[in-house]
Write a protein that binds this ligand. Structure first.
Ligand code: UD1
Length: 412
C-alpha cells in the first residue's frame, strides 16, 4: 500500500460517521487476555495497525488469534513464551505492559525497549517502579529489559506522577498477585476504567476504577474475558475537529459518553455547536470563529494531549491569536512545522505554541511524523486550497481504521 494520501480540500463536511472501537482501550485489554489460559474475546475491536501489532505479539508468545468481522478472539492457552523481541516492541510503546502479564503468568518476562510515536522522552521508570514494588526484580540491559519474581505480592504503591501506562502495568501485575494492592495517584483516563471492567468480566476483584485510588484483591485464577471495546474518544474528537475545520456538520454514531467534556467545552467556546440525540452526537462547525486565548493539555479529565494537534489545525483557520501549552509530552509540536509549510502562522516557544489564525492554508506535500499529528495534517488538508499530499500515512493507520473513507464520503 502507498504510504501517502492525497486530499482535495475546500468543502464543508456533511454526513454520518461511525466511531470505531478505542485503540487505547483495546491494547491493554488484549494484554489482559493473556492472564487467562483459554479464549477471550473483544467485540467491536478496531482493525488498525497497532491492534494488529499487539495481535502479532500475542501470537509470538504462543496465542492463537482470529477475527470474526470486528470481533477479536484470542486463545491464550499456550501463550507461555516469555520473550518479546525488540522487532515487535520497537513498533509500539504500549507493548511494555506485557511485562506485567508475563510475570504474572510465568514469573519472568523479557522484552526489547518499547517504541511508538516520537513525541517526547517517554521514559518507563514508573512502570518498572510499580513492578519492583510488587516484588519483581527488573534489570535494564542495553537492549532488553528483564524481569523475574518468585511471586508477585500486593502492596500499597503511590505513583509520584500520573501515568496511564504505568497505572495499567500495576493493575495487570496486581490482579493475580497475592493479597491486597492499593494504587494511589493513579491516572484516571477512561481507558483505565475500561481495562478494569474487562478484568472484572474475567473475575478480577477491583474497586475504585476511574478514580485516583484503586484497590485490588488478588485472585489465583482468571476466566476468559468478553467485552465490547468502547468508542474511541480521540477518533471522535478528531472527527469533530474535521467538522470544525471545514465549518461542516457531522453526525457521530457510537460516540463516547461523557469522555470528551473538556474538549467539547473548548469547541463550544470557539463557536462550535453540538447536541446528543438518540445515542448520536450531532456537531455543527458552521459558527466556528473565536480563537482560544489559552489552552493547556492536562491529564484526564482535562484537555487530552492526543487532541492537541488536531485542535491546532483548527485554530490556524480562526482569525485572531490562540495559544496552546503542551504539558504532557514535550516534543508534541512537530506538526506545527508542517502546518507552517501549508501557510499557517505558528510560533513555537518551548512548551507553548502561538497561532495567528486566519491565513489561508495551501495544499502542498507534508510529512506525518506521528499518529495524531498526522491526523491533524489530514484535517488541515481538508480546509486547504488545492491538493495536499500527506506522506507517512502508515502513522495515521496506527490509530484510524477508515479516516479516508469516512471523511471522503462526507465531503463528496
Ligand atoms: C497513553 C496513551 C497516549 C496518551 C497518553 C497521555 C496509550 C496506548 N497511549 O500513553 O495516547 O497520549 O496516555 O494521555 O494508551 N512518564 C514518565 N515515566 C513513565 C511513564 C510516563 O515520566 O514511566 C511520563 C511521560 O513521559 C509523560 C507522562 O508521564 O510525560 C504521561 O505519560 P503516560 O500517561 O504514561 O502516557 P502513555 O501511557 O505512554
Amino acid at each position: 500500500m502507498e504510504d501517502y494520501i492525497r486530499i482535495a480540500g475546500g468543502k464543508p463536511l456533511e454526513g454520518t460517521v461511525s466511531i470505531q472501537g478505542s485503540k487505547n482501550a483495546a491494547l491493554p485489554m488484549m494484554a489482559a487476555s493473556l492472564l487467562h489460559k483459554g479464549v477471550s474475546v473483544l467485540k467491536g475491536c478496531p482493525r488498525i495497525a497497532d491492534v494488529f501489532c499487539m495481535e502479532e505479539i500475542l501470537r509470538e508468545l504462543g496465542a492463537v488469534t482470529w477475527w470474526e468481522d470486528h470481533d477479536l478472539y484470542m486463545d491464550c492457552t499456550n501463550a507461555d513464551k516469555t520473550e518479546i523481541p525488540a522487532a515487535y516492541t520497537g513498533k509500539m510503546r504500549s507493548s511494555v505492559i506485557l511485562l506485567a502479564v508475563m510475570l504474572s503468568r510465568n514469573k519472568k518476562g523479557c522484552l526489547g525497549y518499547p517504541g511508538g510515536c516520537v513525541i517526547g522522552k517517554r521514559p518507563i521508570d514508573l512502570h518498572l517502579y510499580a513492578l519492583r514494588q510488587l516484588g519483581a526484580k527488573v534489570e535494564e540491559g542495553t537492549e532488553l529489559i528483564m524481569a523475574s519474581c518468585d511471586s508477585l505480592r500486593g502492596k500499597a504503591i503511590e505513583f509520584p506522577k500520573r501515568s496511564v501506562g504505568a497505572t495499567q502495568q500495576a493493575i495487570l501485575a496486581a490482579v493475580m498477585a497475592s493479597g491486597e494492592t492499593e494504587l494511589l495517584n493513579c491516572a484516571c483516563e477512561p481507558e483505565i476504567k475500561w481495562l478494569c471492567r474487562y478484568l472484572k468480566t474475567m473475575g478480577a476483584l477491583i474497586q475504585g476504577e476511574g478514580s485516583s485510588l484503586i484497590h485490588i484483591t488478588g485472585v489465583k485464577e482468571l476466566n476468559g474475558g468478553c467485552m465490547k471495546v468502547p468508542p474511541d474518544r480521540i477518533v471522535a474528537g478528531t472527527y469533530i475537529c474535521a467538522a470544525a475545520i471545514t465549518r461542516g456538520r457531522l453526525v457521530l454514531e457510537n460516540p463516547p459518553e461523557g469522555e470528551l467534556d473538556a474538549f467539547l467545552e473548548v469547541y463550544r467556546k470557539m463557536g462550535g455547536q453540538y447536541k446528543g440525540k438518540s445515542g448520536k452526537l450531532i456537531v455543527n462547525g458552521n459558527g466556528i470563529r473565536y480563537p482560544v486565548p489559552f489552552l493547556k493539555t492536562e491529564v484526564y479529565p482535562g484537555f487530552p494531549t492526543d487532541l492537541q494537534s488536531p485542535m491546532m489545525a483548527v485554530l490556524t483557520t480562526i482569525p485572531g491569536q490562540s495559544r496552546i501549552r503542551e504539558q504532557i509530552f514535550e516534543a508534541r509540536f512537530k506538526t506545527a512545522e508542517e502546518l507552517v509549510r501549508m501557510g499557517a502562522h505558528i510560533r513555537v516557544e518551548g512548551r507553548e505554541a502561538v497561532i495567528d489564525g486566519g491565513y489561508p492554508l495551501q495544499g502542498c506535500t507534508v510529512q506525518a511524523q506521528e499518529l495524531r499529528g498526522g491526523a491533524a495534517l489530514v484535517l488541515a488538508a481538508m480546509a486547504a486550497e488545492g491538493i495536499t499530499c500527506v506522506e507517512g500515512y502508515s502513522y495515521i493507520r496506527r490509530g484510524y481504521e477508515h479516516i479516508c473513507e469516512d471523511l471522503s464520503l462526507c465531503s463528496s
